[in-house]
Design a protein around this ligand. Structure first.
Ligand SMILES: Cc1cc2nc3c(=O)[nH]c(=O)nc-3n(C[C@H](O)[C@H](O)[C@H](O)COP(=O)(O)OP(=O)(O)OC[C@H]3O[C@@H](n4cnc5c(N)ncnc54)[C@H](O)[C@@H]3O)c2cc1C
Length: 493
């Protein structure tokens, strides 16, 4: 099985091993119109790599949180590569996600792959059952290798989509959804582009999946296939983030979070070859909606990761209030209670969804869909309100503070130290650092993960409302009401 470039180690253990495994892959990554020579060393990209590295280091520091016994091999594997065997496994995923959000204050980029493997496992099982194919076996072989090597696998679902009112085959340009252009006895060739791909350049492999329900005329778009990130024919175009170039200015204050950030890029596939061993759906269009629904079911409660990030934001808001000497004011306490209430509301829905999981035919567990959609729908709103409160507590300096270069300037530094001090016993620099972190999370680089990804990731708000609407059992609820109101007197169920 070809596994990326020859330099990739047999097994990755630590965050440092992981970072080294990404070197020398000769990827075609463009940023600001230029080819990036080595993404690992690029100051704008590196913080996103550090965030993924933390998923490895957590597994070493706290194996009970981030590792688990593999259902495939019986060996301990990273939880991001595990097929969930019980509700407890799903709950443990959520606890790990919150922890990683707390440790990084950003998106650590591995949930899409985790949720892709789990949804694909049950869907390939059901495709095989209907069509006599052998997709699940192939997927198991692929996942076993990923577990053994401890690789990062990205899940690429979102196509660029063109005219949203048209199906893939109806688009003027056939490449607006990823599709198969050629097949032979060796495999398939893929063309198209996936948008907003979280952590794609930081992954070792990518699994491309359809993004929507498909019909018979969309057969060539019903493709699920895995390929190494450095496969020939792929171009990555890096998505820039608000305030991203601050990481290229040197210094550690203005960036807000110097160590960690998220990553999104567009992945353009120009006739990328995939051998049959890595194809997990080809033409079974009637299973595309099942895959999208199961994937989003897992993924919408994976957004409890944002509650870990929210813990950081609450801490920063509380610290900012303390640095200003107002922490005892009743409205400040109340606003921190409000932030906490919002944060725990999201967590409650996500973790309840995991607790109420049921086994699929394949044996892998699937969390509760209604509660997953409720969780994600909260996530499309609550971090925005939490960001508003954090900015309220921070004061206007969160968006008007002078730069680090001014703070360290021989003449201006002393002036700013004097005039930007809050409480006398808190160094001005500490105060500014906290404000920059709030800026980073609500207006800067990590607002991409904390706010916009919360809004659109795993589907924009309307996608959850559709799912909630489908499952809200209005007839049942009307019957309850009619019986108690005496409208349906005599009906006793
Ligand atoms: C930070 C970030 C990270 C992401 N990471 C990943 C990732 O790792 N992998 C991945 O696969 N995807 C990822 N996504 C993509 C995410 O799933 C999509 O953004 C989401 O599904 C919305 O698609 P879109 O961005 O094309 O928006 P659009 O589809 O253009 O939606 C814009 C608006 O139009 C509405 N709309 C869309 N279609 C219709 C229609 N037919 N009829 C009526 N209204 C419509 C929507 O409800 C929405 O309000 C990420 C997104 C973000 C922002």
């Amino acid at each position: 099985m070809p596994l990326g470039n020859g330099d990739t180690p047999a097994r990755i253990e630590s965050g440092i091993d992981y970072i080294e495994s990404l070197r020398n892959r000769n990827l075609r990554v463009f940023l600001f119109g230029e080819l990036v020579e080595e993404p690992v060393d690029h100051p704008m990209i590196r913080p996103s790599i550090n965030a993924v590295a933390e998923t490895y280091d957590l597994a070493i520091r706290e194996p009970e949180i981030a590792t688990v016994e593999s259902s495939l091999t019986g060996k301990r594997v990273n939880r991001f590569l595990h097929l969930v065997q019980s509700p407890e496994d799903l709950v443990a995923q959520n606890m790990m996600q919150r922890k990683l959000g707390q440790n990084t204050g950003t998106c650590f980029q591995r949930c899409v792959g985790m949720d892709a493997f789990n949804s694909l496992y049950s869907v390939t099982y059901e495709i095989d059952e209907k069509h006599g194919t052998a997709y699940r076996e192939r997927l198991e072989a692929f996942l076993t290798t990923m577990q053994e090597r401890n690789y990062v696998v990205g899940g690429a679902m979102t196509d660029v989509k063109g005219d949203r009112s048209k199906a893939p085959h109806e688009q003027d340009d056939p490449d607006l959804y990823v599709h198969v252009t050629k097949r032979n006895e060796d495999g398939v060739w893929l063309k198209g582009a996936k948008a907003h791909q979280t952590g794609c350049i930081n992954s070792h492999w990518i699994i491309a999946m359809p993004t929507m329900r498909l019909g018979a005329k969309d057969k060539d778009y019903a493709i699920v296939a895995a390929f190494p990130v450095d496969a020939p024919g792929i171009t990555y175009i890096y998505g820039r983030q608000s305030c991203d170039t601050r990481s290229m200015e040197g210094g550690s204050i203005d960036v807000g979070n110097a160590r960690f950030s998220g990553q999104e890029a567009m992945v353009v596939l120009d006739d990328v070859f995939v051998p049959w061993s890595h194809v997990f759906m080809d033409g079974e269009y009637e299973f595309a909606s099942m895959l999208v629904e199961r994937f989003t079911c897992y993924h919408r409660r994976s957004y409890v990761c944002k509650t870990g990030v929210g813990d950081v934001l609450i801490g920063a808001a509380a610290q900012a209030a303390e640095d200003n000497g107002v922490e005892k004011a009743s409205h400040i306490k109340d606003k921190l209670v409000q932030m906490t209430h919002l944060n725990e509301t999201m967590y409650a829905a996500g973790i309840a969804s995991s607790h109420q999981a049921r086994a699929t035919k394949s044996g892998v567990y699937l969390n509760d869909d209604m509660l997953a959609n409720v969780c994600k729908h909260h996530v499309t709103k609550m971090p925005f309100e939490m960001g508003r409160i954090a900015q309220d507590l921070a004061g206007g300096l969160v968006s008007t503070a002078p730069s680090e270069k001014d703070l360290t300037h021989p003449e201006l530094g002393a002036l700013l130290d004097k005039y930007l001090r809050g409480r006398a016993d808190v160094p001005t620099e500490s105060r500014i650092r906290i404000l920059r972190l709030i800026e980073n999370m609500t207006l800067g680089r990590n607002a991409v993960g904390y706010l916009t990804e919360s809004l659109h990731g795993a589907g924009s708000p309307q996608a959850q409302r559709v799912q909630i609407g489908r499952q809200m059992k209005l007839d049942f609820k009307k019957r309850l009401a009619r019986r108690l109101a005496g409208v349906d007197a005599g009906e006793d169920e």
